[in-house]
Design a protein around this ligand. Structure first.
Ligand code: PAF
Length: 267
């Protein structure tokens, strides 16, 4: 497995692999890899990628000033071992300084799907995500890139970016991976105490057979969580829908103590 830190080196390598006819998959991550990420690598393998490039980069541009950029968990050694064991062929560990050069001034803004949900609560978040993902696409030349459904809005926005900016690649969205308890896997789960983990189960439970948004909100509040939002939207356009039913997606963001967790279910 190859390791790259310099964007240019990754780009040269991937261009060569592409010219040699290799099918390249990109798995963008922020590291502290868990089963959810490994399932993305697994998906890339199943789809016949010859090169599986995993990027590990806690992207400062997608964090707000009061968010958890500094304390976001990092473990480069463990991530390398996990990538190797999972069958990645290359890992990209850039630094903020070599991803964002002095006076970096070009950003990618998606202006429709990112208006609501997490986009409304985390101003600038999807601008940061789109920018870094566009850069990663330009560096890795992937035939396809794999994202997790847990970040449902993100996946829809990336699809739109690929369509609207004519990136020549497919976006693959892999299902949410859950802990046996039902809790959606997330690097941020490491912030939770045992008691908070128990409380957090209300999120996946509330999405099992929800009757209404109000019902979910009640269930989350009763479990001691602070609701950031619960919304039912059209699964494609992300426009609000009144009734949970086929073609809709219900998305939840809630604070468990200080930790903000998200989950969703498509109907
Ligand atoms: O989903 C994530 O971990 C990040 O938003 C991504 C796609 C790696 C961009 O930094």
């Amino acid at each position: 497995m190859k390791t790259f830190r310099e964007p240019k080196k990754l780009q040269t390598y991937c261009r060569r692999q592409k010219l040699a006819g290799k099918k390249i998959a990109l798995v963008p991550t922020m590291g502290y890899l868990h089963e959810g990420h490994l399932s993305l690598i697994e998906t890339a393998k199943r789809k016949g990628a010859d090169e599986i490039v995993v990027s590990v980069f806690v992207n400062p541009v997608q964090f707000g000033p009061n968010e958890d950029y500094d304390k976001y968990p990092r473990d480069e050694k463990a991530d390398l071992a996990k990538c190797r064991a999972a069958g990645a062929t290359a890992v990209f560990f850039p630094t903020p300084a070599n991803m964002y050069l002095d006076r970096h001034s070009v950003y990618v803004n998606e202006e429709d799907l990112s208006r609501g949900l997490c986009g409304a609560r985390r101003p600038g978040h999807f601008r940061g995500v789109c920018t870094v993902v566009a850069k990663l696409f330009n560096l890795a030349h992937p035939d396809f890139a794999v994202f997790g459904q847990k970040d449902y809005q993100q996946a829809q926005i990336i699809r739109r970016m690929v369509r609207d900016l004519n990136f020549d690649l497919d976006v693959v969205v892999a299902p949410i991976v859950r802990e046996p308890s039902g809790l959606a896997r997330s690097s941020r789960n490491t912030y939770l105490s045992a008691k908070e983990k128990e409380m957090a189960l209300a999120i996946s439970r509330s999405l099992k057979a929800p009757k209404s948004v109000k019902g979910i909100e009640k269930e989350l509040s009763a479990a001691g969580l602070k609701v950031d939002y619960v919304e039912c939207v059209d699964a494609e356009t992300l426009e609000p829908r009144r009734k949970i039913g086929p073609g809709t997606c219900v998305l939840v963001a809630a604070y468990c103590g200080k930790t903000r967790l998200i989950d969703n279910r498509v109907f």
